[in-house]
Design a protein around this ligand. Sequence first.
Ligand code: FES
Length: 118
Amino acid sequence: MKRETLCKQTDMQPGEMRQFQLGRRGILLVRDESGDFYAVGSECAHQSAALVNGKLERMWVGDTVGESRPDDERTVVVCPWHNYEFDVATGRSPCDPERLRIQTYRVEIEGGDVVVNL
Ligand code: FES
């Protein structure tokens, strides 16, 4: 398995995302509001918009129709073109999780470096 260092842990603030290009592969690195890092494919699974131009939000969840609340544990990236959302932990879109999904990559912090497993 190939591994790449993307940046220092301190280079990104919580709530920030950045795009990295590793050869032909675009990686979107996300630091959620809790300070945890996630890496996903940088293109939207719908029509390939650059997700780095979207925004990060809490995922809205609910057990009852008509009632929902933001989940403090789950973050989505919202596509800038048609507002589809993708869970940064699973890569799946909550509205169509089987069909609309983006690649996810495991992230590790090593000596202050953010390392992605490709
Ligand atoms: S291109 Fe992302 S939702 Fe359409």
